[in-house]
Design a protein around this ligand. Sequence first.
Ligand code: SF4
Length: 63
Amino acid sequence: MKAIVDRDTCISCGLCASICPNVFEMDDEQIATVIVDTIAPEDEASAQEAADQCPVAAITIEE
Ligand code: SF4
C-alpha cells in the first residue's frame, strides 16, 4: 500500500501528519509529504484514516 499527496490540493492543515506521523510529514513549505515508499502493515489503518479525514481529499491510497 502506498500513499500519494496532491501538493496542489493540500491546504497545510497538518491533520494527516497528526493522525499518521509514520507516513505523513509536513515539509519545509508546510505541505504534507509521504515519507515512506511502502506503508507498513501496522500503519495502513491510520494512513487510510488520514486519507479519509483530509478536508480536501488530497491523499490517494493505492494498493
Ligand atoms: S490532511 Fe490533507 S490538507 Fe491537511 S495537511 Fe494532510 S494532505 Fe494536506
